[in-house]
Design a protein around this ligand. Structure first.
Ligand SMILES: Cc1cc2nc3c(=O)[nH]c(=O)nc-3n(C[C@H](O)[C@H](O)[C@H](O)COP(=O)(O)OP(=O)(O)OC[C@H]3O[C@@H](n4cnc5c(N)ncnc54)[C@H](O)[C@@H]3O)c2cc1C
Length: 462
């Protein structure tokens, strides 16, 4: 069915004012945070409730129309599409329940922004598990779909590990609730029951399995007090830096710990005396905070580091540094490339060196690496800013080379999806892993209408 025939049917479901194919809207929806060229959508639909989503999905399946779910569009290259429906969840933005008395969880509609939720929790003396850096628009439904990393993950785990259940609309239009909420008599207070964990199928699936219309997750008491500390290290002391991170984890010190480079210093307007930093937040009773900071200082002295004080970490976590960077840097704006990569702690020195060397070769000097750590597991977000059109080609070439280098060492894995569809995302999957994924996808979405371009659910051609 063509889009002209589809439009009145969509209007019947959500009302005419919530469907748009006017040229300006299509241009507005043609971009997300990626550096890739815009893709002009065909039609945009804004549902107001789960039932409307279900009807849209039934219609899309019947007419074999691709559906691309969109929240705040802050990911790279995942929330635009030139085919089919862009399903914008921004009208589904209500906090449904905060249970602060019994089970300590909340439920919000999938399009609710993480920022809005964090603000509401703050008033009540609670926090989400993660303190993200992506500014005010990113949504909680998308955070499940992209795993969810943030400040505090060293203490509470990734956001997805704090999810207690979701409501998801499948391509067939069926509405499924996961966790104990899949039972007749239970609220979504607990993820696990007597069956396999169905939530996990949707975590990290980037809109390719279903539309997440509600998310329930654990909430945590806001700590009594917080402290910050940053330790600096020299180029020739990666060993000391890695040792320090390990000792800090062994002593169970941090809520947040990340390794970043002086590019981050440039962003927040501080000239750092050393090129590498371990930035941390710690929490607890004020005496406990002071004890943890002292321990960090001791570890730093033992590993050849330098205590850079509390300001850098405080600016990173409470100054909105990375997001501010994007808006602040005139002329770079939306052309910042950002992605995420999993890696082990010991892979960091190689990742850092290859990243810097390759970018320098292509004259791309505006860059930084920012890596969250949870125990020895890192998730690094490299950021590179450049200006179109002159540097676009250089950027693409540099990025391919960086991926070649990064994925040549053990324990590097794509966090979202990187430049080449098959080479880095699909080829490394073991056949049995890919076969199982493929059969789950085929069962849930036999016509492959949900975000069909998402890797690794594309078909392997060999
Ligand atoms: C400056 C910057 C900083 C960032 N910092 C962080 C950070 O600290 N931590 C972090 O985890 N990420 C970070 N990111 C990445 C990104 O912001 C997150 O992944 C965020 O969760 C995306 O939310 P969104 O609403 O913008 O999603 P979108 O970009 O709209 O969508 C992301 C993906 O999820 C799918 N999707 C969206 N909503 C739904 C839904 N309800 N159901 C099914 N599929 C859906 C989309 O189809 C797409 O594939 C950062 C990005 C930027 C640009």
């Amino acid at each position: 069915m063509n889009i002209k025939e589809l439009k009145p049917l969509l209007e019947q479901i959500v009302g005419a004012k919530n469907v748009s194919d006017d040229p300006i809207s299509l241009v507005v929806y043609s971009r997300d945070y990626s550096s890739l060229p815009p893709q002009k959508a065909q039609i945009i639909v804004l549902p107001g409730c789960t039932e409307e989503v279900a009807e849209i999905m039934r219609l899309a399946t019947r007419t074999d129309t691709p559906v691309n779910v969109r929240g705040g569009a802050t990911t790279a290259a995942l929330s635009t599409s030139k085919e089919g429906i862009i399903l914008d969840l921004n009208r589904m933005n209500k906090i449904i329940r905060i249970d602060e008395d019994a089970c300590l969880y909340l439920t919000a509609q999938g399009g609710t922004s993480v920022y809005q939720i964090s603000k509401e929790l703050d008033k009540r003396g609670f926090i989400l598990s993660g303190r993200p850096m992506f500014g005010p628009v990113a949504s909680i439904g998308a955070w499940v779909n992209t795993v969810g990393i943030g400040g505090n993950c060293a203490r509470y785990g990734y956001f997805s590990e704090n999810v207690t259940g979701i409501e998801v609309v499948l391509p067939s239009g069926e509405i499924v609730r996961t966790g104990v909420n899949g039972l007749h008599n239970c609220e979504p207070y607990c993820r696990y029951t007597h069956t396999s964990d169905l939530t996990g199928i949707f975590v990290g699936s980037r809109g390719s399995m279903g539309v997440v219309t509600e998310v329930s997750c654990r909430i945590h008491p806001k700590p009594e007090s917080c402290g910050f500390i940053t330790l600096g290290y020299n180029h020739d002391n990666f060993d000391g830096l890695l040792k320090a991170v390990n000792l800090i984890f062994r002593a169970d010190i941090p809520d947040t710990i990340d390794i970043n480079d002086d590019g981050v210093g440039k962003i927040i307007g501080i000239d750092l005396p050393l090129p590498h930093m371990i930035s941390m937040t710690v929490s607890g009773h004020p005496d406990e905070v002071a004890r943890k900071i002292k321990l960090c200082q001791k570890i730093s002295a033992e590993t050849g580091g330098l205590d850079l004080g509390p300001d850098v970490a405080s600016l990173i976590y409470y100054g909105g540094a990375l997001t501010a960077y994007i808006y602040k840097k005139e002329g770079f704006g939306h052309l910042v490339f950002i992605d995420s990569y999993w890696h082990s702690l010991d892979a960091y020195p190689f990742l850092y060196k290859s990243f810097k060397e390759i970018l320098a070769k292509y004259g791309l000097h505006e860059n930084c690496i920012f890596g969250w750590f949870m125990k020895g597991v890192g998730c690094s977000f490299p950021v590179v800013a450049y200006k179109e059109p002159e540097q676009r080609e250089a950027m693409n070439q540099a990025w391919t080379e960086i991926c070649d280098a990064w994925f040549s060492v053990p324990n590097s894995a794509p966090g979202m999806s990187v430049t080449s569809t098959t080479k880095y995302n699909l080829d490394p999957l073991k056949p049995t892993h890919h076969a199982l994924l493929r059969s789950i996808k085929d069962t849930i979405d036999p016509n492959n209408i949900m975000n069909p371009k998402v890797i690794p659910y594309v078909r392997r051609n060999k």
